[in-house]
Design a binder for this molecule. Structure first.
Ligand SMILES: [Zn+2]
Length: 252
C-alpha cells in the first residue's frame, strides 16, 4: 500500500499550510481521501497522482469547505462514488457510510469509524496501522469542536484503537498517535477544569467565562473561544456538573 499526500494551496489560520488530500493505492487501484477545495492546480496534482491507477472511490471525512468541494466533481470524472456520512451541511455523498462499513481498494480494506465532535458528520478511515482523521485530529492547528461530549468519546475511541500513524487533514504525518491523543484529551480536560474553576466564584455568563478562561485573547479569536467555551459548558450540563438559566451558567 502506498499513501501519497497532496497539499492543497489553501493555507490559513484554520487550515495551517493547507488541506491534506491523500491517495491510498494498492494493486493498481486507488482511493482519494478529502480532495479538498476546487482549485485547478490542486485537482491537476491529484490527477497526476492517480494517473497510472484505477480510481475506485473518493472518500470524504466531513462537509467543511476545505475538505469536500472537489469530491463529487472528481467522483463524476472517474465514474466512481463519493463516500461520506451522507447529506450534511451542503455536501451530499453519493454513497453513505456508517460506523463499521468498509471500502475496498485493491487488497486493502478501509474501515469506517463514525467520529463525531468536530462536526456531527465527521468520519475517520482506518487502513493498515494508520488512520485518516480529517479535522478530528490535526497537526499544528487547533480543532474547533461542535459537540464536546461526543468529541471526548471519539478521542477515547481513537486512543483505544492505538494506531501507529495518523494522517491528519492538516499538518504533518503523526507518528506518535498515543501521546498526541493523550495530549488532546489532557488539553480538553484542563480547559474543562478552567471553566469549572471560573464558575466556582458564582454564576457567570458565557462572555464572562470566556474572559476568565482566555485572559489574553486576541479579538480575532473571540468567536472561536466563545464556541469552544460553549461546547465545554454544554458538556458540563450533560455531565450534570453545571446548570443553565437563561444567559447564566452555575455550578451544581
Ligand atoms: Zn473541518
Amino acid at each position: 500500500m502506498i499513501i501519497t499526500r497532496i497539499l492543497a494551496p489553501n493555507p490559513g489560520p484554520f487550515t495551517g499550510a493547507g488541506t491534506n488530500s491523500y491517495v491510498i493505492s494498492t494493486g493498481g487501484e486507488a482511493v482519494i481521501v478529502d480532495p479538498g477545495p476546487l482549485i485547478d492546480s490542486h485537482l491537476e496534482a491529484i490527477r497526476r497522482a492517480v494517473a497510472e491507477l484505477t480510481v475506485v472511490g473518493v472518500l470524504v471525512t466531513h462537509h467543511h469547505l476545505d475538505h469536500c468541494p472537489a469530491a463529487n466533481p472528481l467522483a463524476e470524472e472517474y465514474g466512481v462514488p463519493s463516500y461520506g456520512f451522507g447529506s450534511y451541511g451542503g455536501f451530499q455523498a453519493i454513497s453513505r457510510l456508517a460506523d463499521g462499513d468498509v471500502v475496498h481498494v485493491g487488497t486493502e480494506v478501509i474501515e469506517v469509524l463514525s467520529t463525531p465532535g468536530h462536526t456531527p458528520d465527521s468520519l475517520c478511515f482506518a487502513v493498515g496501522d494508520g488512520v485518516f482523521t480529517g479535522d478530528t485530529i490535526k497537526a499544528g492547528t487547533t480543532v474547533v469542536v461542535e459537540d464536546m461530549s461526543a468529541y471526548m468519546k471519539t478521542l477515547a475511541r481513537l486512543a483505544d484503537l492505538a494506531p501507529a500513524r495518523i494522517f491528519p487533514g492538516h499538518g504533518e504525518l503523526i507518528d506518535d498517535p498515543p501521546s498526541v491523543i493523550a495530549g488532546y484529551i489532557a488539553h480538553r480536560r484542563g480547559r474543562e477544569e478552567q471553566v469549572v474553576a471560573a464558575l466556582a466564584g458564582g454564576s457567570l455568563t458565557t462572555e464572562e467565562i470566556v474572559a476568565a478562561v482566555y485572559p489574553e485573547l486576541e479579538p480575532t479569536l473571540l468567536i472561536l473561544a466563545t464556541q469552544s467555551a460553549t461546547a465545554h459548558l454544554i458538556k458540563l450540563v450533560d455531565d450534570g456538573r453545571v446548570s443553565r438559566d437563561g444567559e447564566e451558567w452555575t455550578l451544581r
